[in-house]
Design a binder for this molecule. Structure first.
Ligand code: GLU
Length: 508
């Protein structure tokens, strides 16, 4: 096998959908697995659909995920440039080659004439309402006009397009690595525009020419491109490049969590999850869409969950580092049918990573949130809070939300809980406990725990009588983790102060 070279070839028409990130990821995994190259190519030939900021967004998304490209904008080498707009001069010679060999032709039809043709075919019900082998001979193009007239029109600067001349009666066969053999009859295809008089190629021509020039070995892309694949095969054949045609692998769709159909931004808005890797602000409407990064996902968790949406390792293993994914990945294990996205499972992945991340990573993020919210923290305590609280959280911001009582003493006490559990003798009991806790040395959760046990035994008080009141005093509510652990983190001074304050202030 020649060297594996694959590419991710997004068009900068907006933010990258998570399905697009998955496509990039599978390309990356495949390349790395086979010691090959992963290229990033920006397909920006359609100036009308260009959205400022989108290219930057795409690159930042891949970088955030750790999907690094070997070649791409900024790493120019013999195969560059990697932005199609910067390769513009390159495409004309190939479309001219197609014209000369009779595989493509000039067409001069106006939008009105094209519309009239479609209407006519629809009315006659005589076939597909498109520019193809049945309709092209009734249109204004170099197949129907004299050579002289074509020359004249071109010389006078008339607008034109160059269309591929799809063969009339041919089976086009391609072997897709995921779907198997795909056969399409040429009568189903239309004479797609390859090139326009403004000197710009369309997606199809630029895509095929670049895959050829960049020596791409495998085209791994979304299923929405499967209908274009036969046209691409024809282009390879027509340009005499059949021997270097890449292998195709069309990836199944990501499906919405409920019902059928492609996962869309609307599903995310409706069900409350992001569909984009990073937050995106639409430059025109100013509308902001949420991103996985801003929602608090670890990039490793996001990559992990994406990897398993369409590919399966053939074992029960669910947690994979990027390195492990590279080792385990194969296109044979990518399914044919779409995979349903499950937002709850996505959170589960982040929960898993939250448990295994270094405490340092978590505390850094906690500090950022604290700074944003103006929360006063003692940096020495953050790692302990993280270790204690992460088990109950899916995200670092949830740790912060559930840890508010560490940073500030209760300003009020949960009334319903107090009503039920704060008894007349609670203040006295708590004051005696506080006295005993003065002797905990050092003030660690083990020592505190042992003293509490001793206190209960010596005084014949059950946990059900002591703990709810103690919890109210320390936390302000009936929730939270182990009280000895909480007290160790709060420290002796703060813990005893809280107990005394509640004992004095909280009335039944
Ligand atoms: N520019 C196309 C896109 O935006 C690339 C499709 C392909 O990979 O061939 O998805």
């Amino acid at each position: 096998m020649s060297k594996v070279r694959v590419r991710f070839a997004p068009s900068p028409t907006g933010p990258l959908h998570m399905g697009g990130v998955r496509t990039a990821l599978y390309n990356y995994l495949f390349a790395k697995k086979h010691g090959g190259d992963f290229l990033l190519r920006i397909e920006d030939t359609d100036q009308n659909r260009y959205v400022p900021g989108a290219e930057q967004y795409i690159m930042e998304s891949l970088q955030w995920c750790g999907i690094h490209w070997d070649e791409g904008p900024g790493t120019e080498n013999a195969f560059g440039p990697y932005r199609q707009s910067e390769r513009q001069g390159l495409y004309r010679q190939y479309v001219m080659q197609l014209i000369e060999s009779g595989r493509a032709y000039y067409a001069f039809d106006t939008p009105e004439e094209l519309e009239a043709m479609r209407k006519r075919i629809e009315a006659e019900k005589s076939g597909n309402p498109q520019y193809d082998s049945r309709s092209r001979l009734s249109m204004k193009n170099s197949l129907t006009l004299s050579g002289e007239e074509v020359e004249q029109r071109l010389a006078s600067g008339e607008n034109y397009v160059i269309r591929i001349k799809i063969p009339e009666n041919e089976e086009i066969v391609l072997e897709d690595l995921i779907r198997g053999k795909v056969t399409v009859h040429s009568s189903q295809l239309d004479d797609k525009v390859l090139f326009k008089s403004d000197g710009m190629p369309t997606y199809h021509l630029a895509n095929v020419v670049d895959d050829y020039l960049m020596q791409i070995s495998h085209v791994i892309r979304g299923e929405e491109w499967l209908p274009s694949a036969p046209l691409h095969v024809l282009l390879y054949q027509s340009l005499g490049w059949e021997d270097s045609m890449p292998q195709f692998a069309h990836l199944p769709l990501l499906l919405k969590p409920d019902g059928n159909g492609k996962l869309s931004k609307r599903d995310g808005d409706r069900l409350g999850f992001p569909v984009f890797p990073l937050q995106w602000k639409d430059p025109k409407s100013g509308e902001t869409s949420s991103g996985y990064r801003e929602a608090g996902y670890f990039p490793e968790a996001f990559v992990n969950l994406l990897a398993l949406l369409g590919w399966n390792p053939g074992t029960d293993q669910e947690i994979f580092s990027l390195k492990e994914l590279v080792e385990a990945f194969s296109l044979e294990r990518v399914g044919k049918s779409g995979s349903k996205f499950d937002p709850e499972k996505a959170k589960w992945f982040n929960h898993q990573y939250l448990q295994s991340q270094p405490l340092q990573t978590i505390t850094e993020r906690m500090q950022v949130i604290a700074n944003q919210k103006g929360i006063h923290t003692n940096p020495d305590k953050l790692p302990k809070i993280a270790a204690l609280m992460r088990e109950r959280a899916n995200f670092v911001h949830e740790i912060m939300e559930q840890s508010a009582f560490f940073f500030e003493p209760p300003s009020q006490y949960d009334e319903a809980f107090a009503k039920k559990r704060w008894k007349e003798d609670t203040p006295g009991i708590l004051m005696s406990l506080a006295e005993l806790l003065e002797s905990a040395e050092p003030f660690t959760s083990e020592n505190i725990h042992a003293l509490i046990q001793k206190f209960m035994e010596d005084n014949g008080i059950g946990a059900g009588k002591l703990m709810p009141g103690l919890r109210l005093a320390l936390v302000g509510s009936g929730m939270g983790p182990d009280l000895s652990a909480i007290m160790e983190i709060l420290g002796r001074g703060e813990s005893l102060e809280r107990i005394k304050r509640a004992a004095q202030n909280l009335k039944v």
